[in-house]
Design a protein around this ligand. Structure first.
Ligand SMILES: Cc1cc2nc3c(=O)[nH]c(=O)nc-3n(C[C@H](O)[C@H](O)[C@H](O)COP(=O)(O)O)c2cc1C
Length: 339
């Protein structure tokens, strides 16, 4: 199974292709819309999100509400299509400067348009298929925000107050989100090569989310300062992965998201035409991406574990996967129950 996206932030469409996804998965338009809405209307987002509708079209790979096994192509029209005016002022903390150097562009907008996290809508659309496959196999994938700036645990009221304070100061916030997957079968992934390790694949997928600067599994970074005797008393600390494979326990992943670099208060930059110092001010940015990124993380994790499920159990159709997975669960369940 593989997936790709294309499209720019203010282009006609975003698009995504999911190939190698099995036949026989029933997934409604409402289901995909609900997932896209979760990303778009997550707390902390900018007023642009109220304008976007993410009113997608699926142009291949489905017959009615059921997947056929052919590549699935999703198109999401952008409501905001007014391309911002050319700019030679790179926004610090963004792809702008490195992208302008890399491609030899003088206009940062040409970089921003594709580097923008608007693209993650296409990933969520594709991830909806993977999430639905897990649901049908009785595997639940969820996410929650466990830190917002200095706030942990995160309550709705506390988060609203924290974001209001940031907004008043022209500031933005980072945070940490957690993705969990329960009832994954043991033995997904592998230990034989570095890139067959499921943790490596999940790490790449999660670090591929715009603004993610840290990734950990289970006890993660805190394990570095714990003692072996203590750590070994709690098998949950391995976060559901041992030796690069699922071990039958809940998968627990956490990602650190940096504060939004587009600051209403402005961040110091240099105009690449005049080489004069200038403030890069963003009045249209989100206050925080952590809530939306959590939704994207759920979908990215689902795409990766779906790939690992299909590798382990093969299966061109849902019924084939179910048959093999049920057999596997019976066999491994007997062993795991006796431990
Ligand atoms: C869902 C989502 C929404 C985002 N919205 C904004 C935004 O409105 N303004 C902004 O400056 N950065 C935003 N970001 C963060 C930038 O996309 C990100 O910081 C930038 O791509 C550079 O990150 P990197 O250094 O991790 O590549 C958003 C990220 C995500 C995941």
């Amino acid at each position: 199974m593989r997936y790709l996206t294309a499209g720019e932030s203010h282009g006609t469409y975003l698009s995504g292709i999911l190939e190698g996804f099995p036949a026989g998965i029933r997934i409604t338009r409402d289901y995909i819309s609900a997932q896209l809405r979760r990303r778009r209307l997550a707390p902390g987002r900018s007023p642009r999100q109220a304008k976007e509708t993410d009113d997608f079209r699926i142009i291949s790979g489905m017959s009615g509400d059921v997947t056929t096994g052919a590549p699935i192509c999703v198109l999401i029209p952008n409501a905001g299509r007014d391309l911002p005016p050319p700019s030679s002022l790179p926004r610090p903390g963004h792809a702008d400067l490195a992208g302008m150097l890399k491609y030899g562009h003088r206009n940062a907008v040409l970089i921003r348009e594709r580097a923008s996290a608007r693209e993650t809508a296409a990933r969520v659309a594709l991830g909806s298929f993977a999430l639905r496959l897990h649901e049908l196999l009785d595997i639940s994938i969820n996410s929650r925000v466990v830190r917002l700036g200095g706030l942990s645990p995160v309550t709705a009221g506390g988060a609203a107050a924290e974001m209001l304070r940031a907004r008043r100061n022209g500031d933005t916030l980072g945070g940490v989100f957690e993705v969990t997957a329960e009832n994954l079968p043991a033995g997904l992934g592998g230990y034989s090569q570095w890139d067959s390790r499921l943790g490596a694949r999940l790490g790449a997928a999660m670090m591929g989310i715009n603004g993610v600067k840290g990734f950990e599994v289970g006890g993660g970074f805190a394990l570095a300062s714990s003692r072996g005797i203590e750590a070994m008393k709690d098998p949950e600390l391995s976060g559901g992965l041992d030796g690069g494979m699922t071990n039958g326990r809940a998968l627990v992943l956490r990602c650190a998201v940096k504060p939004i670099p587009g600051l209403p208060a402005g961040a110091p930059s240099v105009d690449l035409k005049t080489f004069r110092k200038k403030l890069s001010v963003s009045l249209t940015s989100d206050i925080t991406a952590v809530f939306a990124a959590a939704v994207v993380g759920e979908h990215m994790a689902a795409l990766e574990t779906a790939g690992a499920l299909l590798e382990k159990f093969g299966g061109d159709s849902l019924s084939e996967i179910e048959r093999r997975l049920n057999e596997w669960r019976k066999t491994t369940g007997k062993i795991l129950a006796r431990l």
